[in-house]
Design a protein around this ligand. Structure first.
Ligand code: FES
Length: 614
């Protein structure tokens, strides 16, 4: 007997879906294409997926609801979407703070010089039309024209391309643009249509896509979207756990991200006025978990020691096999990964920041849930890399009022006496605090003596009060916030930042030490990635998140991985370079380093008082 089905409507987006009785509101939101925050992957342990049932059958509160909400909030219909089961027709209001959409995304990166040498070339031909005296097949006559005019020999054509070729050739009078990869006909188009390619930086949180003219290297359109896997868990660990726990979970994660990339490609193509049939090549870089989940590779071994990738070499896959609509025989190039924790996005970051070519001692850092660190030192003979579990605190997770960098997030804080000045993304009423705001707030609390060198709130300091989770400092009162609740930094929040910054600082120090590189010898620290772009470097230096080097040694380069992805799309030489980088990078496992735990504990401290801007 089939299950009863109920309609679930979501406000303010006006989406409505039908789901089986007993499905969770989170399942319904996913079906409706609404991204609801989910740090814990639906385990009921993060409290991020709050919504309000405005109308219809009210499900009883779950244990998790009772843990995260007051009786008053529960009475007002608030529930956690992942723990609430649909028991009848329902209308739910999703507050802005629970949505993952609208996140601020960094698309630009260093310009970088790329030698144009695309893997797919476009050739215009005029083939002869068939007649009773020349009954060669359609493919044979196109092959002959390509050989005569452009020297392309022994052409191969996949059936999918032939299905496109036959009607198009008759429409265009055998005047065609042929897209060719080595000897393979990737697709055909009307004359004058230049080939385009898709470069993607597939992040755990966001996907940055670039549509590029393969003949000129010009970026025709770029766009960032939230990775739709986010409603299955906000970090890699939660997603790998989802894949391991649920039968078909890995396939589900693969299909949502592939569909997300296909939608992104559609948007880019429309913006640039390019037909999908003109998009003949792609390069996608991501961390190893994203890479494996996208390709449908086994992931279980990524979450258990010794954390090895199932495959690390570069791969080519047919776009159509993954449900991504491009030219009929277009392939997607997946650059190599370095190891279980250092992926193709790090290889791309090295290329984007030109780290492997610098004639000086340089450290590249991409701060995220996992922070990747790469050291370039002339004479060392290889790049050295490490990865540290810095946790999702900089994404706003595990922070009481944390959120990602979206509209309504506090992104900057200055404390002057009793006065707290905040800067809010998109200028509205604040509803939470994002990573750069938290780093600022903690640096200011330390600078003004409200927390000590060990990160403990000072009970007697101005504005430090006892909250429901211990000592805290209020940044925004309930009246001034966008959701009627205060926004504060709690003792636990400070501790979370200490853990994150301790891991990063210890990681950098140990990487330097293990390669015999004194800190003073570092000429440049390149801070890459979205979080690094918005990070206030003075605050990061003040709390010891980054090594204490002169401010001039630092550069913030934006999305270097995106630049590297574009390079591997546009240049076969850069594909080869990526292979060399992956092979020639030594990975240092930090946790097995005997000094790591001591360093980590020391790096969690805040040290000498620092004056902002010094
Ligand atoms: Fe619902 Fe975490 S509590 S997703």
């Amino acid at each position: 007997m089939s299950a009863e089905r109920f309609k679930v409507e979501f406000d303010p987006m006006g989406a409505s879906v039908e789901v089986d009785a007993g499905a969770t509101l989170m399942d319904a939101a996913r079906t409706a294409g609404i991204g609801i925050s989910s740090t814990c992957g639906g385990e009921g342990t993060c409290g991020r997926c709050r919504l309000t049932i405005a109308d219809g059958e009210m499900p009883p509160p779950s244990d998790a609801d009772l843990r995260f909400m007051s009786q008053q909030e529960i009475g007002a219909g608030q529930r956690l979407a992942c723990r609430s089961h649909v028991v009848g027709h329902t209308r739910a209001h999703v507050p802005k703070a629970s949505l993952v959409t609208g996140q601020r995304l960094q698309l630009d990166g260093p310009a970088g010089a790329v030698t144009l040498e695309a893997g797919v070339r476009a050739y215009e031909i005029e083939a002869t039309a068939p007649n009773l005296h020349d009954p060669r097949s359609d493919v044979d006559r196109v092959a002959a024209a390509l050989e005569t005019t452009h020297g392309v020999r022994r052409l191969l054509a996949d059936p999918a391309v032939v299905r496109q070729l036959t009607p198009l050739a008759r429409r265009t009078g055998w005047h065609l643009t042929c897209y060719v990869r080595n000897r393979d006909l990737v697709g055909v188009e009307s004359p004058g249509r230049s080939p385009a390619g898709l470069a993607v930086d597939l992040g755990t949180t966001k996907i940055a896509g670039y549509l590029i003219d393969l003949e000129t290297g010009e970026v025709l359109a770029s766009e960032g979207v939230v990775n739709p896997q986010i409603s299955y868990g906000e970090d890699v660990i939660a997603r790998l756990a989802y894949a391991a726990r649920n039968p078909g979970g890995a396939d589900e994660l693969a299909s949502v991200v592939r569909a997300g990339i296909d939608r992104l490609l559609g948007t880019l193509a429309e913006t640039a006025g390019v037909a999908r049939e003109q998009i003949v090549d792609a390069a996608i870089v991501g961390n190893t978990a994203m890479h494996h989940l996208f390709l449908g590779l086994p992931t279980r071994q990524l979450s258990a020691a010794p954390f090895v990738p199932a495959a690390s070499a570069p791969m080519e896959v047919r776009a159509r096999d993954l449900g991504i609509t491009m030219a009929p025989d277009a392939t997607i190039h997946m650059p190599p990964v370095i190891g279980g924790f250092v992926g193709a996005d790090t290889v791309a970051m090295v290329i984007g920041a030109d780290l492997d070519r610098l004639e000086k001692v340089a450290v590249g850092v991409d701060i995220g849930t996992n922070t990747e660190i790469v050291l370039q030192r002339p004479g060392l003979g290889h790049l050295a890399s490490a990865s540290c579990a810095s946790g999702p605190a900089f994404e706003g997770a595990h922070i009481r009022d944390g959120m990602r960098g979206a509209a309504g997030a506090i992104e900057g804080v200055v404390i002057d006496g009793d006065r707290v000045d905040i800067r809010v993304i998109a200028d509205g009423a604040p509803v939470g605090i994002c990573g750069s705001g938290i780093v600022d707030a903690v640096a200011e609390l330390y600078r003004t003596g409200r927390i000590d060198g060990r990160g403990r709130f000072q009970r007697a300091a101005r504005g430090v009060v006892e909250g429901d989770r211990g000592l805290q400092f209020q940044l925004v009162s309930p009246e001034a916030s966008g959701h009627g609740r205060e926004i504060a930094i709690t003792q636990n929040d400070v501790n979370e930042i200490q853990l994150a910054k301790g891991a990063i600082a210890a990681g950098i120090e140990i990487l330097l030490e293990s390669t015999g590189t004194p800190r003073e010898d570092v000429d440049e620290v390149i801070v890459a990635g979205a979080f690094g772009t918005y990070l206030n470097l003075e605050s990061a230096l003040a709390i010891g998140l980054l090594p204490r080097l002169p401010r001039a040694a630092y550069s913030q380069v934006g999305n270097a991985a995106g630049t590297g992805a574009r390079a591997t799309l546009l240049s076969l030489r850069d594909r080869e370079r990526a292979r060399r980088i992956a092979r020639g990078t030594r990975y240092l496992e930090l946790t097995s380093n005997p000094g790591f735990h001591r360093r980590f504990a020391r790096s969690m401290l805040f040290k000498e008082p620092v004056t902002k801007g010094s």
